[in-house]
Design a protein around this ligand. Structure first.
Ligand SMILES: [Zn+2]
Length: 485
């Protein structure tokens, strides 16, 4: 490890001499973490060499959701939850898991929502909360998908670069815990294999890394288990997560960049890991330089949603006003309730967060089918599955007596008294196998009430029911039934 230490000191001296030219060097659409920030992070790691896995760390994050002046432009809880779920999966092998210690801080400011680096820094200095990782989710973080800034000691992430399949957050947290890019030093340089690589050394900020591992501790990112990489713009990979671009190192050895590493600039579907040395470096950064983040907290998982205990039950018939309710879910802080006109939940009638386990919606359109689901959320668990997707149909129930459009089926008596059988006369075999019986609130009572026999008529047994309004469905047609004392 002494060797590494010396190398890093040497690198530092090299860098201090060049510091003046580092400021406005990097322009990138993926990550805007500056050379200066990456170098400062590396510099702070000098002398820290307690390598080894140091167990699980639950780390608090403060989410600052930056909106427009008028309050528009929220990422939404569902997408935030998915993004943090992916982040935690990406960090699982490091032992780090992230959670929210406090509520989301909503900031209404168009200036900060689409900011340049100066305004971003101003925002961070204004809103940073001590002893947590501050994450600003904005419309445009200086034109990038994200960046970490050492000066602001916070991250800015673009709403459009977050989601279930994005590793932007993992990449920026890598920077936060001291990791440079795998191509560190090549930022802003357009590598061309036609030019001798040695000729790039006066442009490249670090010592150019070779495939030969001899000097890997003092080349590029100073990690020996992250191979050379000269590509500083975003690239897509082949099936083995390597670059299609074949590069040539200073010794003339050819190689392809490793896109599986989060700290490369490969696109999201290539990225899947931190290297072991990168993990050690992050562990060391946390336990030596970011002790403020230490918490003795246990992350509680949200319990499984009970799909059986819901109202209205799945495939119900309802009227236009519906009260949705479900069994409270242990360890949930609240619920995202979604009501949609379609199964993929892209045409949302309602999409809201509630701390209650019930919600009432009225003015639903008669004759239409709807879908609904509930996703419990908490500040500690971002990955637990929500409810299944349920469906119901709103009906007008205007026809009393004969089933609408099916003149042959006669329902009698109606109204009926409790205990009286209600007969369905002249019903055919297809209709017999398609009878359903519902309470006013959509509870399916078919099993306990509908009696099909071949000897006499098909009938509804009412003994177990209460007085009130019920509905019978035969095929796709409905009729209202009234029961009295
Ligand atoms: Zn980066």
């Amino acid at each position: 490890m002494m060797h590494s230490l010396q190398s890093r000191v040497f690198l530092l001296l090299l860098i201090l001499g060049n510091l003046h030219c580092l400021y406005s060097q990097e322009v990138s659409s993926f990550c805007g973490t500056s050379l200066k920030t990456q170098e400062a992070s590396l510099q702070n790691m000098i002398g820290i060499h307690h390598f080894g896995f140091r167990g699980i760390h639950n780390i608090p994050v403060q989410i600052h959701m930056v909106l427009n002046d008028n309050g528009g432009g929220d990422l939404g809880l569902l997408k935030l939850r998915e993004s943090i779920c992916t982040l935690n999966q990406d960090f699982e092998s490091t032992g780090f898991q992230f959670y929210m210690e406090d509520e989301i801080n909503y900031i209404k400011s168009s200036k900060y929502n689409e900011h340049n680096y100066d305004d971003g820094l101003e925002m961070m200095r204004k809103y940073n909360v001590p002893k947590v990782i501050n994450v600003y989710i904005v419309g445009s973080p200086a034109g990038n998908c994200g960046y970490f800034t050492y000066q602001g000691d916070a991250l800015a992430l673009s709403k459009s670069c977050l989601g279930k399949n994005s590793h932007t957050w993992a990449h920026e947290f890598g920077h936060y815990f001291s990791l440079p890019h795998t191509f560190f030093g090549w930022e802003g340089i357009d590598y061309n294999a036609g030019k001798p690589t040695a000729d790039y050394q006066n442009q490249v900020f670090t010592q150019i890394e070779n495939t030969d591992r001899r000097n890997c501790l003092s080349q590029a990112d100073n990690f020996c288990d992250t191979p050379p990489d000269y590509i500083s713009n975003r690239w897509s990979c082949n099936d083995s997560d390597s670059s299609s671009l074949v590069q040539k190192d200073v010794n003339g050895q050819t190689f392809r960049s490793d896109g599986s590493l989060f700290m490369s600039y490969a696109i999201d579907n290539c990225m899947s890991r931190f290297s072991d040395e990168q993990k050690f470096a992050m562990q060391n950064n946390l336990t030596n330089l970011r002790t403020d983040l230490d918490r003795a907290v246990t992350l509680r998982s949200i319990s499984t949603f009970d799909n059986a205990l819901i109202n209205p039950s799945d495939s119900s018939i309802t009227n236009s006003k519906v009260r949705f309710s479900w069994n409270p879910v242990a360890n949930a802080d609240g619920y995202i309730f979604q009501l949609s006109r379609n199964q993929p939940f892209t045409v949302l009638i309602r999409n809201l967060a509630t701390v209650n386990s019930s919600i009432e919606v009225d003015s639903l359109v008669e004759g239409k089918r709807y879908f609904w689901r509930v996703i419990p959320f908490s500040k500690m668990d971002f990955c637990t599955q929500g409810s299944a997707s349920f469906t119901f149909e709103v009906n007008s129930f205007t026809s009393v007596g004969n089933v609408t459009g099916s003149k042959d089926v006669n329902i009698f008596p109606n109204p009926a008294r409790i205990g009286q059988n209600i007969y369905l006369d002249r019903i055919n075999d297809t209709e017999k196998s398609n009878i359903r019986f519902f309470s006013e609130f959509g509870k399916d009572l078919t099993e306990v009430t509908v009696k099909n026999t071949n000897l006499i008529n098909t009938y509804i047994q009412t003994e177990a029911l209460q007085p009130g309004v019920y509905f019978i469905q035969i095929n796709q047609k409905f009729a209202k039934i009234i029961l009295t004392h």
